[in-house]
Design a protein around this ligand. Structure first.
Ligand code: FES
Length: 141
């Protein structure tokens, strides 16, 4: 089992609060779910930032019809672009369609000092840091 670092449990930046308009385009971010890469999204619903894994409860496919667009035309519900499952944006519960009694997987988020952060959990962890960039090539004359 890989070693855990304290950074694995630290809040992770999603975006500036100002970049998450009410029922607007979502902010996308990446994380690990049980060690596997997964995309997630954050939306502002009734003034509160909410986040879920970008995975339909019907079939494990991404929901958005174009990156960051999760809401229906009336900006009322999250809708899966593949087969039309409809979810309550404040809870992630399925309201109709092939998702049955399913629900989206929530990601805990908080807003502090004008920034939206997601909170790691036992199953959701940040991606490992990128390796350092290689040194610039030197040209010899
Ligand atoms: S994959 Fe989302 S409704 Fe079927």
């Amino acid at each position: 089992m890989p070693e855990r670092s304290p950074a694995d449990d630290a809040p992770q930046r999603v975006c500036a609060s100002a970049d998450l308009p009410e029922r607007g385009r979502a902010a996308l971010f990446d994380l690990l779910e049980h060690g596997e890469p997964m995309r997630a999204f954050a939306l502002r619903i009734d003034g509160t930032a909410r986040a879920y894994l970008n995975r339909c409860a019907h079939v494990p496919m991404e929901l958005d019809w174009t990156p960051g667009e999760f809401l229906d035309a009336e900006r009322e519900f999250i809708i899966c672009s593949t087969h039309g499952a409809v979810y309550a944006p404040a809870t992630g519960h399925c309201l109709g369609g092939p998702c049955g009694r399913g629900h989206l997987t929530p990601v805990d988020v908080v807003e502090r000092a004008g920034v939206v952060w997601w909170l790691p959990s036992a199953s959701l962890k940040p991606l490992p840091p990128l390796p350092p960039a290689p040194p610039p090539e030197t040209t010899q004359r």
